[in-house]
Design a protein around this ligand. Structure first.
Ligand SMILES: [Zn+2]
Length: 247
């Protein structure tokens, strides 16, 4: 049976704690809850880690969060050797906020990179200290110094980042919103979630189900660590935190 987990992080990426009930335990001990603040690995963003606290105060460490048979079912994977809660049990949830916030900053930084480099995206992966976005371009014609300077202009301008829902029809009427070359946003559910940057989305908007910080200023200082050639028509940009190291 497939369960639909209410994804609280979609409406509020800043929820660090919540309460939920266990609705299922899968055959590998994965915990399915009625609702969760744990983001499940998808769209290049890794799933959350954290803790589930039982009524007696004991804690179950969650090592990974993944989706089940459908994207609506979120499975909390306990670390090895953890006790498995029982169906119906109420739990307190806490994500590893420090890690998640780094991922939110990095994920937003990837969106900023697609503003600076408006080319078709062939892949992306967010991590806490180094993220990458692959573009389908024969030659970037950019230096990492130029791209870093333009990214930091967007960061310093402190533009708002927010989400809004559009219908499948609105998306179909605006195909330019989709920057990913290989991955199409899921249609058929009625609504598509757009992540928008700038007042009235003046800087950017694109379909995305991930978690992001509230403003470009919150991304903080970032730089392009490397621009790698990955084949004749592919360039991989690596984003890192902090100032560009002096060589
Ligand atoms: Zn995103």
């Amino acid at each position: 049976m497939v369960h639909k987990t209410e994804a609280l992080f979609r409406d509020d990426a800043y929820l660090k704690e919540a309460e939920a009930a266990v609705v299922a335990i899968n055959d590998r001990g994965g915990v399915v809850l009625d609702r969760t603040i744990f983001y499940a690995t998808s769209g290049g963003q890794p799933g959350d880690t954290g803790l589930l606290e039982r009524a007696d105060g004991s804690r179950v460490a969650i090592a990974a969060t993944i989706t089940g048979e459908t994207k609506d079912e979120i499975i909390h994977v306990p670390a090895p050797g953890q006790a498995v809660p029982t169906i119906g049990e109420r739990l307190k949830l806490a994500i590893d906020w420090q890690r998640r916030h780094l991922l939110m900053r990095m994920h937003a930084a990837c969106h900023l990179l697609t503003v600076v480099c408006p080319f078709p995206i062939t892949g992306a992966a967010v991590s806490v200290d180094d993220s990458r976005v692959d573009f389908d371009i024969p030659d970037a014609g950019f230096t990492k110094e130029d791209v870093t300077a333009r990214l930091m202009e967007l960061v310093r301008a402190d533009h708002p980042i927010f989400t809004r829902l559009i219908t499948d029809q609105e998306l179909a009427a605006n195909p330019g919103l989709v920057k990913s070359k290989n991955v199409r946003p899921p249609v058929g559910t009625g609504n598509i979630r757009l992540v928008c940057i700038g007042d009235n989305a003046s800087i950017d908007s694109q379909p995305c189900g991930g978690t992001h910080v509230r403003s470009t200023g919150e991304v903080g200082e970032i730089h392009i660590g490397k621009i790698e050639k990955k084949g004749r028509e592919n360039r991989r940009f690596r984003i890192r935190f902090g100032p560009m190291p002096a060589i």
